[in-house]
Design a binder for this molecule. Structure first.
Ligand code: GAP
Length: 511
């Protein structure tokens, strides 16, 4: 695959061809930044959700899960700050009439400078191999130092402007950096404006009495407003967490990059309620835990990095992102935020209800502090899909496209195939399939040559294929083919269940 843009194109077309992701309402030419998950995609997405839930809720005694509504009382969003402050700075290019997020334009400019350094480092490694001292190079090379100073200056100016809500200052920064519109190539920009990202609609049938309500832009507020219900009904003791998975909606300005930035998406969030003053300890704890979770998916560590926020959101006293090396470069996959007692205090004030916890050990009541982990389900899906999709050259000179998904996440776990459609082989294959389908999502495939069928299963990431052949009728054995090694092992039919149970065991990943 030639470059990053081609990589993304290849992933989008693979996702469509094999039923993972379709453009929403495609027959009407689609709806921007809205996507549908197909027959393979919805299975993969469900498996990711189940794995997150297992790791977050089932594996932690002090974390419980809920499922709150998308619609919430409109005052929720006043209290949370979203009505007044959930906006992005946008800027239009007057020649292309394209709209951009001003902060993204600056971030992309900074990323280009950073990539220059990475290129220099890569050159050094190529030229000097093991003799190359990367740490020394990064600390002393004049080009690297010059680039870092540039990055620091830009970040500092950007931070000052954003914190002061100085929209003119952000425009000046874009002009000073000479950032041009990627479409028109011109630097003819409008002023920067703030744009609220929440979708609104009306609840109630009669226009005069209808109330404006919002589609939730994050699932977190459904957790905050239920904090006391869960704490009391579950007799939860601090520290404890409430998790949920659900849809969120944002009227994103920049609607590109496939399922990375959508207007309707899903989040997997957990709010961890702690004693005031202990939030930094838990913030570090959850940073480490979340990285472990991502790495338990078997994706190489080089795909991940931390990015500390320059501009903290209105509710946070510390925040970072876990970034992933997507086909478009390193971008946010998950946010970890120390949200202080901001949200609960705001809801106390706006609702007039006390949201306090009586701590029997301290013999005092307080509003708990919150550390939040918030990962996008669709971005996790894209991270897994993009890092799993591989083109392989085989020993016989042919090529195959294979999706090396973690076995426990694969949409189809096992494909059962008769070698031919004759001699009773299909009946035997169906017998095996009927026994396996209680435990696994299986495929039955008898069309085309075995080679073609294996390629089809490789392309959707099926980890194991069971082939029923003439020997099966003689000695009740089948072959099991491994997707990654392509090796086939002959096993007795009555051993299949035990073999597969071991192969799909998530214990190793979870522990
Ligand atoms: N409750 C905190 C919160 O919502 P966020 O950083 O705005 O924080 C959390 O969002 C995660 O949700 C992000 O890291 C990302 O994975 C996902 N996300 C946010 N906006 C998204 C969008 N438009 N499309 C897809 N995923 C999105």
């Amino acid at each position: 695959m030639a470059n990053k843009e081609d990589n993304l194109k290849a992933i989008i077309s693979h996702a469509k061809e094999y039923g993972f992701v379709f453009q929403s309402s495609e027959i009407y030419d689609g709806l921007a930044a809205v996507y549908d998950y197909g027959q393979m995609g919805s299975e993969l997405k469900k498996n990711i959700k189940d794995y997150w839930w297992k790791a977050m809720v089932n594996m932690n005694e002090n974390i419980v899960g809920i499922d709150s509504s998308i619609f919430m009382h409109p005052t929720t969003w006043k209290a949370s700050g979203h009505v007044d402050a959930f906006s992005d700075p946008l800027i239009d290019n007057k020649d292309s009439n394209k709209r951009y997020r001003a902060d993204v334009l600056v971030e992309e400019f900074v990323e280009k400078i950073r990539l220059k350094t990475e290129k220099d480092v890569a050159k050094g490694i190529k030229k000097f191999g093991d003799d190359f001292d990367e740490v020394q190079f990064r600390a002393t090379n004049p080009n690297v130092l010059r680039n870092q100073t540039k990055i620091d200056d830009i970040n500092a100016r950007f931070k000052t402007a954003m914190e002061a809500d100085d929209l003119a200052g952000i425009k000046t920064l874009i002009e000073d950096l000479g950032i041009a519109c990627p479409i028109s190539g011109s630097k003819n920009w409008t002023d920067v404006k703030q744009f609220n990202l929440m979708f609104s609609t009306e609840i109630g049938a009669v226009a005069e009495t209808a109330n404006t309500i919002y589609l939730r832009p994050e699932t977190a507020q459904g957790i905050f407003v239920n904090y006391l219900n869960v704490q009391k009904s579950g007799r939860m003791k601090i520290p404890f967490g409430i998790a949920q998975i659900g849809k969120a909606f944002r009227n994103e300005i920049v609607a590109r990059q496939f399922i990375f930035r959508m207007r309707e998406f899903e989040q997997m969030e957990m709010q961890f309620f702690v004693r005031p003053g202990e939030e930094m300890k838990w913030y570090e704890h959850w940073k480490a835990q979340r990285v472990k979770w991502h790495q338990s998916l078997g994706i190489d560590a080089k795909y991940y990095r931390f990015h500390d926020h320059i501009k903290l959101a209105h509710y946070a006293n510390a925040a970072c992102d876990i970034e992933f090396d997507f086909p478009m470069g390193f971008k946010e996959l998950e946010g970890i935020h120390s949200r202080t007692d901001f949200d609960l205090k705001q809801h106390e004030e706006y609702s007039g209800k006390k949201l306090q916890y009586f701590d029997p050990e301290l013999n005092e009541s307080y509003v708990p502090y919150v550390v939040e982990t918030s990962v996008g389900l669709d971005r996790t899906f894209l991270a897994i899909l993009s890092s799993s999709l591989q083109e392989e050259k085989l020993e016989n000179g042919s090529e195959r496209t294979v999706l090396k998904l973690p076995a426990f996440l694969a949409p189809v776990k096992v494909a059962v195939m008769p070698l031919t459609r004759k001699d009773g082989l299909p009946d035997k294959a169906r017998e095996i399939l009927n026994a396996l389908k209680f435990d696994y999502n299986c495929n039955y495939d008898e069309k085309d040559s075995p080679g073609k069928r294996y390629r089809r299963q490789d392309a959707i990431g099926t980890p194991y294929c069971i082939m029923v052949d003439h020997q099966t009728l003689e000695d009740n054995t089948v072959t099991i083919r491994d997707r990654d090694t392509m090796e086939q092992e002959r096993v007795a039919i009555d051993k299949i269940e035990a073999i597969l149970k071991d192969k799909f065991d998530v214990r190793k990943a979870l522990s």
